[in-house]
Unconditional design. Structure first.
Length: 367
């Protein structure tokens, strides 16, 4: 494997076509799914030269933790569909690479076991943070139980998905009749959430009735930093700051929710202007190359998230596949930083990025 895209072809040879469509697909006409990747292709890097820089440093610090890559593993579901070890394989690879894993609420491995895998696989003396992705539930007691479970496991931040008042309309899944996990697999974080459940698996509920009041309430039941995933409108970003949110993961759910929304990269400058540096903004959606990472960081993202590439790598070669993916991205980021004349992520500035040229050739035609 020589780049992130190589894993998809290998994975498709190994897994059920319905599961491949589950990874690849988006909502409706998949306009936003395509736009996320296309947005990176419309930007060009403008390198600096003769800067006398040493080998670049890729470390990031977020919410009291440190990571060795500016790449987080965005929450993705059902990893045991792709590899018998499921999220344990993904987690071990992420921790070994020094990348932050966001454990999905819909994981096929319980968050406690995921946290144990982080602690075991992280290099000695270099702990790696683990964050937990949360869907607020209509029953406050269930939300509290989930937060308590994540906290007890050692998660250091909550990533609350707010763009899902209803499930996404993935037409590939509908055509394939893929609506639930096969027998023998379940969402382990949804098991035994209330006394007396005894093996009962609760379904993840979506609701359009959640409001900013629920975010305020969430802050009263946890001391963990709270990030919102799925805020796209700048006014909602300003509201997030006013409601004491600690960070934003700028995400359109990989094009899986409302189709035809803009690519996240297009929205990044507006989002940065809205929060005015008061809280960190991370970004996911369409990141496939180290140059994509550098472009997003130059425009102000604190880190980027990857989703589908992780799942393809896991399906292609299990834990070793995810390790190789993160190794490749680290090499590509280092290479791009060096060629841009930057010694660290803090030297990535907006002047290193510009839109692709669409003007007339050689200054225009002759009259």
């Amino acid at each position: 494997m020589f780049c992130a895209r190589d894993f998809e072809a290998a994975a498709r040879d190994r897994i059920d076509p319905a599961h491949a469509d589950f990874i690849a697909g988006g909502a409706r006409d998949e306009v936003t799914l395509r736009a996320n990747e296309e947005a990176f292709g419309r930007l060009r890097l403008m390198p600096r030269v003769l800067r006398g820089r040493a080998a670049p440093d890729l470390d990031i610090a977020l919410f009291g933790g440190r990571a060795r890559l500016p790449v987080v593993l965005s929450p993705t579901t059902f990893h045991k569909l792709l590899d018998p070890a499921g999220e344990l394989a993904t987690t071990r690879a992420a921790a070994a690479a020094g990348a932050i894993m966001i454990a999905s609420m819909a994981s096929t491995v319980a968050v406690g076991a995921v946290a144990d895998a982080v602690r075991t696989a992280a290099p000695s003396g270099h702990p790696v943070p683990l964050w937990f992705q949360l869907y607020l539930q209509p029953d406050p007691g269930i939300t509290e139980a989930l937060v308590r479970r994540a906290t007890d496991a050692g998660c250091t931040a909550l990533v609350v998905t707010v763009d899902s008042p209803v499930p996404g309309a993935g037409e590939r899944e509908r055509r394939n009749g893929f609506h639930d996990l096969p027998e023998g697999l379940r969402c382990e974080n949804m098991v035994d959430l209330r006394g007396g459940d005894s093996g009962h698996v609760r379904r993840i509920a979506m609701s359009a009735e959640f409001s900013w009041d629920h975010i305020t309430w969430l802050r009263t039941i946890t001391d963990l930093p709270v990030l919102l995933k799925g805020v796209l409108h700048p006014e909602d970003a300003r509201l997030a700051v006013r409601h004491g949110v600690d960070g934003l993961l700028l995400s359109n759910h990989g094009g899986r929710q409302l189709d035809t929304v803009p690519a996240t990269l297009e929205l990044l400058p507006e989002m940065q202007a809205a929060v005015v540096g008061r809280i960190p903004v991370l970004l996911d959606g369409g990141v496939r190359r180290g140059t994509d990472v550098v472009k997003a960081l130059a425009l102000g993202a604190w880190a980027v998230g990857i989703g589908r590439p992780v799942m393809w790598a896991l399906a292609a070669d299990g834990e070793q596949g995810v390790r190789r993916l993160l190794e490749l991205l680290g090499e590509e980021i280092t290479d791009a930083l060096t060629l841009c004349g930057a010694a660290g992520l803090d030297e990535l500035t907006p002047d290193l990025v510009r839109p692709s040229w669409t003007g007339p050739l050689f200054g225009g035609g002759r009259s």
